[in-house]
Write a protein that binds this ligand. Structure first.
Ligand code: T5A
Ligand code: NA
Length: 209
């Protein structure tokens, strides 16, 4: 059976990384092969350029950094498809939705931003961790990276809403999770949604966004 592709999205500090790790454990407890993936993947040569941009060590044109984020996903596209064929579930910390949301929030054109990611493997389920920027700010480590400013986060949240409204069923399902709850409560909500995805009999391979 084909692996399932889960994507966690949300504002900065909404708890994505914490919940991705927990979802991988939840899947593995059920005897499934599950692996964690994250974007940006800062370990590749392109990822290192992205990291340098996010930590404000270098500046880059808005279009150029947008394409770099997308290229960083394309680097992994073939391996994602292969893992899904090999019955490995993938839990992914951010994906193309973040790519669109942050660049559009900066002022780039929505359709232009969507184009470079067209054709990437499509997730089965997007879990959007929703939190107000005010609440996210109270969590540890906030404010160190480039986009961690309230005005920017408010715009990003708005664009995520537009992406959700635009999404077709072939591009995956989108569920909103209240990320302002306790760690445990958020995990339970995510696990419940994930379990629904596991029981759907879908052996289609190579679904594309
Ligand atoms: N970006 C990304 C683009 O512009 N284009 C793209 O294409 C992509 C892929 C870096 C930036 O890049 C942008 C978006 C980002 O601005 P990143 O590396 O994913 O992306 O970095 P962040 O999103 O900033 O990741 P964070 O680590 O800040 O946030 P997380 O993963 O959402 O949060 P997490 O799990 O690390 O938790 C943060 C803190 O809150 C606590 C945790 O213990 C931790 O201290 N916490 C909770 N506290 C109370 N209650 C809960 N329920 C909690 N859940 C977590
Ligand atoms: Na994170």
């Amino acid at each position: 059976m084909r692996g399932r592709f889960f994507v966690l999205e949300g504002l900065d500090r909404s708890g994505k990384s914490t919940q991705c790790a927990r979802l991988v454990e939840h899947l593995q407890r059920q005897g499934r092969k599950a692996e964690l993936l994250r974007f940006p993947d800062r370990t590749t040569p392109m990822g290192k350029m992205i990291d340098s941009y996010l930590t404000s060590q270098t500046d880059m044109n808005d279009q150029a950094i947008h394409l770099l984020f997308s290229a960083n996903r394309w680097e992994k596209a073939a391996s994602i498809r292969q893992k899904l064929r090999d019955s490995i579930d993938i839990v992914c910390d951010r994906y193309a939705f973040s790519g669109i949301a942050f660049s559009v929030a900066k002022g780039l054109d929505y359709q232009w931003c969507k184009a470079p990611d067209v054709g990437l493997p499509a997730p089965d389920q997007v879990l959007f961790l929703d939190i107000s920027p005010e609440h996210a700010e109270q969590r540890g480590g906030y404010g160190q990276e480039r986009y961690e400013k309230r005005e920017m986060q408010l715009k990003v949240r708005e664009v995520f809403g537009r992406i959700r409204d635009d999404m077709t069923s072939a591009q995956g399902k989108w569920s909103v999770v209240d990320a302002g709850q306790s760690l445990e409560a958020v995990s339970l909500q995510i696990q419940h949604i994930a379990d629904q995805v596991l029981i759907v009999d879908d052996d289609a391979t190579d679904r594309s966004a």
